[in-house]
Write a protein that binds this ligand. Structure first.
Ligand SMILES: NC(=O)C1=CN([C@@H]2O[C@H](COP(=O)(O)OP(=O)(O)OC[C@H]3O[C@@H](n4cnc5c(N)ncnc54)[C@H](OP(=O)(O)O)[C@@H]3O)[C@@H](O)[C@H]2O)[C@@H](O)CC1
Ligand SMILES: Nc1ncnc2c1ncn2[C@@H]1O[C@H](COP(=O)(O)OP(=O)(O)O)[C@@H](O)[C@H]1O
Ligand SMILES: [K+]
Length: 488
């Protein structure tokens, strides 16, 4: 499990840890890890390389200067561009100068050339102390840096991104690598900031000792998903494995039903029951589907419903699914047609899977607002509907209405998934995992993980269709569970 903590939490943990350590020890740990990461990404050896340090007046600048001093001692030519020369971390600056480094300022005539000729630039303008968009001097440096061919390493965070939310409100540094200390910050995992961070390396500075066990965000890894995926035992039969009902598709959109069933068949439920207007299309492709001409109410027992993909304007099937006492996944038209109070007052759980446009419509804001502040949007929606919400898109997030439960971030997504119908596959898959007995948060996050991996396998660097994604789910599943012993 990868986890991220908010700034306030990091500050508290940092204070407690600092009190146990000699002065300056934490910064030295951070700087040592940072310098080692820089040596790794330098295109050639450290000796003789040209390194520029963008240095703000806080401790983020301090880390950067100490790391620069370490690189200078190994023979790099190091220049620090000081944003506030009279307020720069004094000890760290002395260390750099003693190691042979030099300094200049943001508006010096030599700064653009230094950036253009650098092999490596460290962004130490601001870290977790940054608030709001970058100020003009700092934004000027970020602009100059955008034109430099140098490898850019962001220190703790790319300067200009909001650490706690992943919002980017103006100029920000775009890094190839972010070296972060102690724990991930939410912004490093959530778009749009995640895009600015490049790859992320976590340096252990001992902070785990004093951080609280529950993070703000968590990201499942292979082993976590493997432990959650349902697997049949000797006692299993098709009913015990769970039956998932799919109320989807219409005469206009029969394909949505086929794709939702395609996902559902590969999600661990023992049977898929389909109700809707696309019976023929579903049976033609998947003869194993149980079909019924009635609505969800009379369709027979299921352990979870998926309602809405391509379903059209008839509110009845959605209302009937919501009236049941089993978990319901609402997607696409189902999100639009569901009555909010009904969702809020249901006894059984509801899982909603909107993309940014659908989330915006439900929240009464613009799509751009949702995309700029995905974390806020997913939390707001979960609270408003008292439901678990999976917000799809460039970073897929899953939130429950409980503010103390970490929001899950899916790490496997790929933009190749942005293809018509792939959301239908996801809703079938997640519904199937609900029917197999996973709680909504786990069903949603394991489904997103499998779906992202399947998207990667299906695309493999070339465009792919949603049905290919569905067909790649078993390979993704096998890859995840391969390392976990299993003898059915
Ligand atoms: N936590 C840990 O365990 C450890 C933390 N460590 C390190 O400490 C860092 C935090 O240091 P920090 O608290 O000094 O804040 P920091 O990020 O340098 O920012 C403050 C500076 O930014 C400026 N500034 C603010 N907003 C701005 C803007 N929009 N645009 C431009 N400037 C802006 C602000 O200016 P001022 O308001 O003072 O004029 C001030 O100069 C952390 O990220 C990590 O690197 C490690 O050493 C070891 C362990
Ligand atoms: N830029 C992106 N990066 C990663 N995944 C994406 C991106 N854009 C879309 N996706 C994923 O593709 C799927 C599209 O679902 P959706 O928007 O419901 O499409 P449809 O309604 O056509 O099925 C979702 O799983 C979403 O997370
Ligand atoms: K930084």
């Amino acid at each position: 499990m990868r986890s991220a903590h908010r700034v306030e939490t990091v500050r508290t943990a940092e204070r407690t840890l600092m009190a146990r350590l000699p002065e300056g020890a934490l910064m030295q740990r951070a700087a040592a890890g940072l310098a080692a990461a820089c040596a790794d990404v330098l295109p050639r050896r450290v000796y003789g390389s040209r390194v520029v340090l963008l240095t703000g007046s806080g401790d983020n600048g301090g880390d950067t200067l100490y790391a620069g001093a370490r690189l200078a001692r190994r023979g790099a030519g190091v220049t620090a561009v000081l944003l506030a020369p009279d307020r720069t971390h004094p000890d760290a600056l002395r260390a750099l100068l003693r190691a042979g480094g030099t300094t200049t300022t943001a508006h010096s005539a030599t700064t653009p050339t230094a950036l253009a000729r650098a092999d490596l630039v460290l962004d130490g303008i601001v870290g977790i102390g940054g608030r709001g968009g970058l100020r003009p001097d700092a934004a000027h440096l970020a602009d100059l840096l955008a034109d430099s061919p140098a490898t850019v390493v962001a220190v703790d965070l790319p300067s200009g991104v909001e650490p706690d939310t992943g919002e980017v409100r103006g100029a920000a540094v775009r890094a190839d690598l972010t070296v972060t200390f102690g724990t991930h910050k939410p912004g490093l995992l959530v778009d749009p900031a995640r895009e600015y961070a490049g790859s992320v390396r976590l340096i252990d500075i001992g902070l785990a000792e004093t951080l609280p066990p529950t993070p703000a965000l968590e990201s499942l890894q292979h082993a976590d998903v493997a432990a959650l995926l349902p697997r049949p035992t000797g006692e299993s039969d098709k009913y015990r494995r769970g039956v998932v009902g799919v109320a989807a598709g219409s005469t206009r959109y029969p394909g949505a039903a086929v794709l939702a069933v395609a996902g559902a068949l590969r999600g661990g439920a023992g049977a898929v029951r389909y109700v809707g207007a696309a019976t023929e299309a579903v049976l033609a492709r998947y003869p194993e589907t149980l079909v019924s001409n009635t609505g969800p109410k009379k369709a027979g027992r299921v352990q979870a419903w998926v309602a809405g993909p391509g379903a059209g304007d008839d509110p009845t099937p959605v209302a009937e699914a919501l009236a049941s006492d089993v978990p319901v996944l609402l997607d696409a038209d189902g999100l639009r047609l569901a009555d909010r109070d009904t969702v809020r007052t249901r006894e059984a759980p509801t899982l909603m899977t909107p993309h940014a446009g659908e989330a915006a419509a439900l929240l009464g804001v613009s799509r751009e607002e949702v995309e700029a502040a995905r974390l806020t949007a997913v939390r707001d929606l979960a609270r408003a509907y008292d439901a678990t919400v999976l917000l799809k898109g460039s970073t897929t997030l899953i939130a429950t209405p409980d503010p103390d439960t970490p929001v899950r971030v899916n790490p496997t997504g790929t933009p190749w998934l942005a293809t018509a119908g792939s959301g239908d596959v996801l809703s079938g898959l997640a519904g199937s995992l609900l029917a197999a007995g996973l709680p909504p948060l786990d069903a949603a996050s394991t489904a997103a993980y499998l779906h992202g991996l399947a998207g990667r396998y299906a695309a493999d660097g070339a465009p792919t269709g949603a049905h290919d994604v569905a067909e790649a789910i078993p390979a993704a599943w096998r890859d995840i569970t391969r390392t976990v012993p299993y003898h059915p």
